[in-house]
Ligand binder design. Sequence first.
Ligand SMILES: C[S@@+](CC[C@H](N)C(=O)[O-])C[C@H]1O[C@@H](n2cnc3c(N)ncnc32)[C@H](O)[C@@H]1O
Length: 445
Amino acid sequence: MEAREAALKVLYNIEAEKAYSNIALNKTFKANEFTKLDRNFITELVYGTLENLIFVDYVIQQFSTMKLKKMNLWTLNLLRLGTYQIFFLDKVPDFAAVNESVNLSKIYCKRASGFINGILRNMIRNKENIELPNKEKEFKKFLSVKYSHPQWMVERFLEYFPKDFTEELLRVNNETPKLHIRVNTLKVSVEEVVRFLQEKDIQVNRNPYISEAITVEEGFSQLEELDIYIKGLIHIQDFSSMLVAKILDPKEGQFIIDVCSAPGGKTTHMAQLMNNKGRILARDIHEHKLKLIKSNANRLGVKMIDVEKFNGKDLDEDLIETADKVLVDAPCSGLGIIRRKPEIKYRKEPDDMKTITELQLLILTNASRYVKREGELLYSTCTIDPNENQKIVERFLKQHSNYELIDINHFYKSIVPGEHKGNMIQLYPHLHGTDGFFIAKLKKK
Ligand SMILES: C[S@@+](CC[C@H](N)C(=O)[O-])C[C@H]1O[C@@H](n2cnc3c(N)ncnc32)[C@H](O)[C@@H]1O
């Protein structure tokens, strides 16, 4: 299969079957033999089109009398692929973008070939004349179209953040994030992994603050296929996620409960910091995700984890005041990881946000009961919405005078450059170069 055809199929799946971009891409790569160059091109086409979808659709609509909603999904996605290449990929000549889309239409939506050809050619002729909504008069709409975020989301961000901050955040949300690797020091030294990656022409940098973290600067393809990944010498995890286990700081021999633990990134990191000694109870509500925790633990050689299906909405009376430390890495809107999963922008609805905050507070409240006196509770999310973050912690503290907030910024200031406020940690992609991420640590009196 040719690269553009693969990208088309992935985009179609993401839309028609609500597949996740990273999972859909991985499936395609596993099922077909592609060169490294083709893989990179397919990834660029899929992510680029998704990141810029509202802009791309806006442009298509300027040239089509038919509403986009009425179009057949193959036709629409072929137009999107063509438009993305015309506007964003300088290395692809415009005529190639048109010809390839038209050729593919002959396979996937034969009757629309002329329609696609006409729209894309007209688009090329008028490429310089596209008018965005007026920035002064329609600021929210302008941001929504220019940076491809739904307008309700833009409005939400503008409620929380200043205008310039919001614009920069939206812009950076469309950039490709760097990959971070956690070296599994249970099995190997950081130096050995760095040497291995350099030998494979993968440019990496050691993180000056988290000794087991490595940033991939350039040259990666599929890290999951590397020998060192398969053998469990590394795990792929954003720097912000690695902060969680570092800040919770579990010690050898302790009992830790991780109430929302799949696929086990932070659980296995904690086990690593505990030198595989002690016990971690790793729970999640989804049965199928428990397998992921187990397979990650097996791969990484972690032996101290008990995996269990449990709904964090329920209170487990047997665990009350048993744990030294409890982690609540809560389900959230994911607004901090739009760079990794651009489809999040288009799948969330304003109403989703209300139900999620009640769930977060309930899970945190139940989890707090499991902490021993003098023990610690950590709450984290991968979102930048204050209602899911600072507000949850504030609401919790109002109802629990037996807990106090620990100032983790003294630690944080030295390890993540940028601007920080208050006792809790809030990271933003455009300020910190990490996922949008929140961490608060509480102590039981
Ligand atoms: C942010 S993810 C956790 C990521 C994980 N800590 C890691 O580092 O790999 C949130 C998890 O919460 C789980 N979850 C959602 N609702 C839950 C509930 N009511 N009780 C327990 N887990 C839940 C989801 O299945 C998801 O795996």
